[in-house]
Design a protein around this ligand. Structure first.
Ligand code: G3H
Ligand code: 13P
Ligand code: ZN
Length: 332
């Protein structure tokens, strides 16, 4: 059993309480490799922003669970080396799919876990979430749960509205599960293709897709039911057009990629939304920079030559999100 406290990590409890009070959101950036981790820590240390390092089950398999734990411990030491005296870094399991996966993360140094039982019937979601909460809380590990199904091309869900979180369920769900935060569905979705062109309108000048707006009415109803309770938004990459264009210019093929407009995320951050998940934007920044570098310097084959600019691009993107979208700079 490895406690996250020994690794210098923190859980989400205090971060979220301050974020809800202060009207900002904590960035939850997914990572799978060293360059992403370096960029996240540099961005958080430079802006003095609390940060959640998010690891999916797939990322754990890709990078190796043991190595990841040491990377998170290393991230805390690295943040201190960068002059961040008291780093507020959380290591969080993203989309935990079973009690066993969550337990394994609690037992190996995670300070927060998500149990995503949102695809199960309501009562089964409650039962599984409660089981994870009961285990995790013994070790002061915080738990995120999910209610509602994120729509999107990835899930092959077409009628987005019918899967929004039902505000009338949230009090019962939060009370009976004891979860520390709740991921809700208000129209965000995972990946770089969040909406089909048919779900969007087109900007007449640029021809770019304009996605349908988030359901702020649902968010506000949820806030009224659970005042001050930490709300989480998944699927919140904005899919910056500059990265999509850069990928496409240098040999990529990402037609009609579209994300959540940053103004809407900025608005959400000011509400009870206190954690915003971003993964795809990091993938896009990295891929765009690597493609550009290799296209312009075809003789390069040392990975450091193309991963360095990729890391710089990700760091720039993370700082932009922290400062201009989530407003978490200076809060750590
Ligand atoms: O929500 C999912 C995250 O973007 C993680 O994706 O399972 O491909 O690592 P992944
Ligand atoms: P994006 O695909 O929009 O980056 O969402 C990531 C996410 O929700 C991770 O859980
Ligand atoms: Zn997610």
């Amino acid at each position: 059993m490895v406690s996250y406290k020994e690794l210098g990590l923190v859980n989400t409890r205090e971060m979220f309480a301050k974020a809800v009070d202060g009207g900002y959101a904590i960035p939850a950036f997914n990572f799978n490799n060293m360059e992403q981790l370096q960029a996240i820590i540099q961005a958080a240390a430079e802006t003095k922003s609390p940060v959640i390092l998010q690891v999916s089950k797939g990322a754990r398999n890709y990078a190796n669970a043991t190595l990841l734990r040491y990377m998170a411990e290393g991230a805390v030491a690295y943040a201190k080396e960068l002059g961040w005296e008291h780093p507020q870094i959380c290591l969080h399991l993203d989309h935990g799919d079973s009690f066993e996966t969550c337990k394994s993360c609690v037992d190996t140094g995670f300070s927060s876990v998500m149990i995503d039982a949102s695809s199960l019937p309501y009562e089964e979601n409650i039962a599984l979430t409660k089981k994870v909460v009961e285990y995790a809380h013994q070790f002061d590990v915080t738990v995120e749960a999910e209610l509602g199904v994120l729509a999107g091309v990835e899930d092959e869900v077409s009628a987005a509205e019918s899967h929004y979180t039902k505000p009338e369920e949230v009090i019962d769900f939060a009370t009976r599960t004891g979860c520390d935060s709740l991921a809700i569905s208000i129209g965000t979705s995972h990946g770089a293709y969040k909406f089909t062109p048919e779900q969007c309108t087109r900007d007449p000048k640029t021809g770019r897709l304009i996605p349908p707006p988030l359901a702020f009415d649902v968010l506000h109803e949820i806030e009224k039911k659970l005042p001050g309770f930490p709300i989480v938004l998944h699927g919140s990459s904005s899919v910056p057009q500059e990265y999509v264009d850069m990928c496409n210019k240098y040999g990529g093929n990402l037609p009609n990629a579209v994300g959540i407009p940053e103004e809407q995320l900025r608005e959400a951050s000011k509400s009870a939304v206190c954690k915003i998940n971003i993964d795809s934007d990091s993938r896009l920044a990295m891929t765009a920079a690597v493609r550009k570098h290799l296209a312009e310097k075809p003789s390069h084959f040392d990975p450091r030559q193309y991963l360095k600019p990729a890391r710089e691009e990700m760091k720039k993107m993370y700082i932009h999100k922290i400062v201009n979208v989530l407003g978490s700079d200076g809060k750590a």
